[in-house]
Design a protein around this ligand. Structure first.
Ligand code: ZN
Length: 220
């Protein structure tokens, strides 16, 4: 008798594969360094294991042989949305996937202005000339996320404690602003990525990530 292809039920799959994941301790997102507020990312995504099992039985050994150790890592809501069901080779490839959503979209020339305005607002905030309202502007969030993600990718720092002071301040303030209202984080991801809805794009690759890092650091 042939196997029946299982429909993907995220909750059921998470329960099924839960025992293979080893939790990694920490309260900061391993991709960007933002506070994770207890949120976790499955490495590899549960969906990937679901596909690998292909509706049949699968052993922990077979999973380990194919994917290495499966980990449950601290991850902020925004990076989690940026990853969707993406399974990269390593954390830097996953960071590139997340950054992909926030880079300047060359199809829209005005997007360069959005990013530059974000950088300038952040600069003014760090100089004390603007208040915390600047975080409402998604261009500000994009500048913060891109600097954190590319800083890790390029090896400028390896943990949030090594961040430049401006990035530590900006992340702390952004995190406070994001946490001030329910659902604000997921809405902000959509705004930063110029998306109307998340469901439409879960498995879509956005833009191609350039090799070079965008120059977006606030000039202080
Ligand atoms: Zn993150």
């Amino acid at each position: 008798m042939g196997r029946v292809k299982e429909r993907y039920n995220r909750r059921a799959a998470e329960q099924r594969f839960h025992p293979v994941y080893q939790p990694v301790a920490g309260d900061r997102c391993i991709y960007c360094g933002m506070p994770s507020h207890g949120k976790l990312d499955h490495q590899p995504p549960v969906y990937v294991l679901h596909r690998f099992a292909d509706g049949g039985l699968i052993t922990k050994k077979a999973i380990r042989e194919r994917f290495g150790e499966c980990k449950l890592v601290p991850c902020c809501t925004i990076c989690n949305m940026g990853l969707g069901a993406f399974h990269g080779r390593d954390d830097n490839e996953r960071r590139r996937e997340i950054a992909n959503w926030f880079l300047v979209d060359d199809r829209y020339p005005e997007d360069h202005f959005v990013m530059e305005l974000g950088r300038q607002l952040l600069e003014k905030r760090l100089q004390g000339k603007r208040g915390g309202e600047i975080y409402e502007f998604p261009g500000v969030g994009r500048v913060i996320y891109l600097n954190a993600l590319f800083g890790f990718i390029d090896g400028d720092f390896n943990c949030p404690e090594e961040f430049p002071t401006w990035l530590q301040i900006a992340q702390t303030e952004l995190s406070e602003w994001l946490g001030a209202e329910p659902k604000r984080k997921s809405k902000y991801f959509l705004d930063m990525a110029n998306l109307a809805s998340y469901d439409l794009v879960v498995n879509r690759r956005a833009k191609l990530t350039p090799d070079r890092r965008p120059i977006l650091t606030p000039l202080l």
